[in-house]
Write a protein that binds this ligand. Sequence first.
Ligand SMILES: N[C@@H](CCC(=O)N[C@@H](CS)C(=O)NCC(=O)O)C(=O)O
Length: 210
Amino acid sequence: MSDVVLYDYWRSSASYRVRIALNLLPVDYRIVPINLLEGAHKKSEYLALNPQGLVPTLVIDGRTLTQSLAIIEYLAELRPECGLLPSDIAGRQNVRALAYSIAMDIHPICNMHVVAHLTTMTDKADARENWMKHFITDGLRKLEAMIGKFDGDFSFGDALTMADLCLVPQVYNARRWGVDMTDFRRIVDIDTKCAKLAAFQAAHPDNVRP
Ligand SMILES: N[C@@H](CCC(=O)N[C@@H](CS)C(=O)NCC(=O)O)C(=O)O
């Protein structure tokens, strides 16, 4: 049994990012499911690992790591040859800007506890769906423009980077909420290319659902 443990929720896009990174490196790991719908992330045992009460948490090298992008950067520094972060300072800045536009601008306002709070403030039955569609569409439009500055098969050139590890779970989430993807040609194209890769397939929520 692997010593590397990922505390994960199958539908969590932050967990999905880390699953792809682990598969790409590759690092052998086992998943401990944390069921967000049952509140497992708020139990004291889990809070002892991750005081924010968010998934994912990765235990690796005897360390307990939180925050998906900080985890991916840890893995990228552990194995620089994986190329998840480019070797040059300007390339790394570009990749982080793309990744952060998803992980720090779209994801937090569409998070479960944020949207749950929204529904306590309105009686509108479609408030949750409208909120998700609005902010995901707005964020993806901006991401499409950012990616348009770079040529290549993936978000930043012809190699996979941390930006693609954020893009694919965000697209999964967008489709789940019924976002119209017609205007996001580059994003859809990158997602299609990634979907052909084994590391992405193995990380897909349908393949890790407990
Ligand atoms: N910035 C954190 C965000 C983690 C996060 O928000 N995870 C979500 C699932 S995608 C979660 O645990 N949500 C629980 C909640 O909203 O109560 C990261 O990237 O790890």
